[in-house]
Ligand binder design. Structure first.
Ligand SMILES: O=C(O)[C@H](O)[C@H](O)COP(=O)(O)O
Length: 307
């Protein structure tokens, strides 16, 4: 019997034309906008066009804004300084990052036992969020305390290690990978990641993302980390409860199909809006639409929401 391809259950992505009436009708469907940051608001150290004005326009129309980033290199507190540097008025409470999401999941859901600690392949953002949640940790941005060439003596087993957590670590070393590999030999040691983005958008190019720091461990151990950033439902659940989110009146805005847009779709939000200033291209967005994985609508850049 000839197999029939089921039609995608979602309409193909539609490019908003920028006409005021159309943009207004789109915006009016929502009370809350969840914004990705890298690739939507800025790219590296470059603020994208008309971002400040667009966010101001949404606030002036009474919209609630939440900034949902997979960037784990900064805590929410430090990230608020990035917003300030770009002249975007945002409170710490409006920021929800993958480092915070991971800290909350470990302390309140998985409940790390007394006397246990976490080995980090990550930067300061996770350390700050872990400190705030009272999660003991080592590794990360701290010196290992021994010469790298002695690493074989420091790879466990270590009964105090409860989990290995990976995030983006721009000082990733062979020694850190060797230690994580050693701890993960024990099947009781959890393997968590803040996020597994393959790439990181910078002006004019992509750099390796947080997923590239977890991937060598998957190769070594055959284990896949449980990730707490976009598109995980754990992150959506935390956001829903923290912000009393009405998903039927919420829209996810992002630049990456497999994190931001999937987060909105799988998380059950009413709307998804993609912008072309980050990772995913228009071609990829249209192709994703063929399998029902595209955004509802897309724009060249966030500033086009001004009409
Ligand atoms: O590799 C990463 O961690 C991510 O590419 C990066 O931090 C993405 O941040 P977002 O676009 O979610 O703000």
């Amino acid at each position: 019997m000839a197999s029939e391809t089921a039609p995608p259950s979602r309409a193909p992505p539609r490019k908003l034309t920028g006409k005021k009436q159309e943009i207004d009708a789109f915006i009016d469907q929502f009370d809350t906008f969840l914004f990705d940051c890298d690739g939507v608001l800025w790219r590296g150290s470059v603020l994208l066009p008309k971002v400040v004005e667009t966010l101001e326009m949404l606030r002036s129309r009474g919209k609630k804004l939440v900034f949902v980033t997979n960037n784990s290199t900064k805590s929410r507190e430090t990230y608020s300084k990035t917003f300030a540097k770009f002249g975007i008025p945002v409170t710490v409470d409006e920021i929800f990052g993958s480092a915070y999401s991971t800290a909350v999941a470990i302390s309140r859901v998985h409940k790390i036992p007394e006397g246990k600690r976490v080995f980090l392949i990550a930067e300061a953002g996770i350390e700050e969020e872990f400190d705030a949640e009272g999660i003991p940790h080592f590794g990360g941005s701290q010196p290992l305390g021994f010469p790298d060439e002695d690493v074989a003596e420091h790879c466990g087993p270590d009964p105090t290690v409860w989990a290995v957590v990976t995030g983006l670590d721009r000082k990733l070393s062979y020694a850190k990978l060797a230690m994580a590999f050693g701890y993960l030999q024990d099947p009781n040691v959890h393997f968590f990641a803040t996020n597994v983005d393959s790439t990181f958008p910078m002006p004019g190019r992509l750099l390796p993302g947080a997923g590239s720091c977890a991937a060598p461990l998957t190769l070594m151990t055959g284990r896949t980390p449980v990730a707490f950033g976009k598109p995980s439902l754990a992150m959506m659940d935390s956001i829903e409860s923290k912000y009393k989110l009405d998903k039927e009146r919420a829209c996810m805005v992002g630049d990456r199909l497999n994190t931001d847009i999937q987060f909105g779709i799988q998380g059950g939000l009413k709307g998804t809006l993609a912008v072309l200033t980050g990772v995913s291209t228009e071609k990829e967005i249209l192709e994703a639409g063929e399998t029902g994985d595209g955004p509802d609508v897309y724009l060249d850049c966030l500033g086009d929401l001004l009409g």
